[in-house]
Write a protein that binds this ligand. Structure first.
Ligand code: ASP
Ligand code: MG
Length: 412
């Protein structure tokens, strides 16, 4: 029997009616002749509530007990989904992570998946079970404790099961009907893409397009698991949604496939640091130790042996970054004259594998921003992406201008 993996996110299982609706989609796939592994998230809002309870007791909590609490939302949904399927006369059984077992590292709160042995589920499928409903987001550590995979981790659970069971596909059901060329809420003419390459999806996911957890896309790319993103709130068939797949399988070669944005950025500049070997290491070492996710970096041309160093990070990490820098200065690691912060910035990026073979993408991007009078503060590039940091008040204008400049509304 071919195995299909279907994953339902929190909004798709938010109440009993929605669980029944999702079960209906599973029933359709069983009727098509598939054995199905269903991965479920917690009901919408549930994980946040559980995290809130843990934080309410102790902000610096024991990570093992955090996992014991926050993993529980998925257990409820898994049981309810199995009951709903049974009620529809479909042989179904629920599994918590440890029962499968989904083996992980012991990095509580952000565990890595090590292994998913097939034996237990395969034996049940051989006995006639049609659907295994598995609680997403959770596993078991080598020490035998419950672990969780990090927020949004059910996507990664789904892809890992698809890889372990050689699934024909991994369908991710959510509250949007696919991956768009830009966020439709801020960009008129944003189009749903039929197909997108893994690399592009990876960039879009890490740039703040929140459809899929970044790790799940990495895993899908590594194991070549065809992924499909589709809506659980609409009638769906084999052609619905967006397929995330290998580059060779994406039909058209577009130069740019999407415009991404990320609102919550901050910019920090250290004025007048010494320009000598080791200074960047002295600055970015303590930032890394403080858990600051540094994104863009610019170093100015130096004058009289001194230079300015600018970097960006999520706005929520700004105070941590400031403390790491002033502590390092007080320790005498390096000196700066002033630390200047800017919390009113946003990042806008264009992404496309076509950039590898097409020149002029940067010029076209910068011209489009210039026409709107938008000043660029920082620029970074990768092989398939160009990002700029701009004033946040121009973010939506910039997204729209770039969408127009690359004619993304004309994508068929
Ligand atoms: N329920 C978890 C979360 O909200 C995992 C997931 O839904 O993917 O992060
Ligand atoms: Mg999610």
């Amino acid at each position: 029997m071919p195995i299909l993996v279907m994953k339902f996110g929190g909004t798709s299982v938010a109440d009993l009616a929605r669980i029944r609706n999702a079960a209906g989609k599973v029933a359709e796939e069983v009727a098509r002749g598939n054995d199905v592994i269903v991965i479920v998230s917690a009901m919408a809002g549930r994980t946040n509530e559980l995290v809130g309870w843990v934080d309410g007791i102790a902000p610096l909590h024991d990570a093992r007990e955090y996992d014991a609490v926050v993993s529980s939302g998925e257990n409820i949904t898994a049981g309810l989904m199995a009951l709903t399927l049974q009620d529809m006369d479909i042989p179904a059984r629920s599994w918590q992570g440890w029962q499968v077992p989904l083996r992980t590292s012991s990095a509580h709160g952000a565990a890595r998946i090590l292994d998913i042995p097939r034996d237990n589920l395969d034996a049940k499928f051989a006995e006639g079970m049609k659907v295994a409903v598995v609680a997403g987001f959770q596993g078991i550590s080598p020490e035998g404790r419950i672990t969780t995979l990090g927020r949004g981790g059910s996507d990664t659970t789904a892809v890992a099961f698809a890889a372990a069971f050689d699934a024909v596909r991994c369908d991710i059901y959510t509250d949007v009907d696919g991956v768009y060329t830009a966020d439709p809420r801020i960009c008129d003419g944003a189009r749903r893409l039929d197909r997108i390459a893994f690399e592009e999806m990876l960039e879009l996911a890490s740039l703040g397009a929140k459809v899929l957890q970044t790790r799940s896309v990495e895993l899908a790319m590594r194991y070549k698991v065809p992924l499909r993103v589709l809506s659980s709130f609409e009638q769906t068939d084999e052609t619905s949604g967006t397929v995330v797949c290998d580059e060779e399988e994406t039909m058209e070669s577009r130069v740019v496939s999407g415009v991404a944005h990320s609102r919550d950025e901050a910019k920090i500049t250290l004025l007048s640091v010494a320009d000598r070997p080791g200074i960047a290491a002295a600055i970015f070492g303590p930032l890394a130790e403080a858990g600051v996710n540094v994104d863009m970096i610019v170093q100015n041309i130096s004058e009289d042996g001194r230079t300015d160093m600018t970097f960006s990070c999520p706005v929520g990490q700004l105070e941590r970054a400031r403390k790491a820098m002033t502590d390092a200065r007080d320790r005498g690691d390096f000196r700066f004259v002033e630390l200047v912060t800017d919390t009113g910035v946003a990042k806008v990026s264009v992404v496309g594998i076509g950039m590898r073979s097409h020149a002029g993408v940067a010029a076209r991007m910068f011209q489009a921003l210039a026409r709107e009078g938008i000043n660029i503060k920082v620029i970074t590039t990768s092989e398939i992406k160009i990002s700029v940091l701009i004033d946040r008040k121009y973010m939506e204008l910039a997204v729209q201008a770039l969408h127009d400049a690359f004619e993304l509304d004309k994508i068929p």
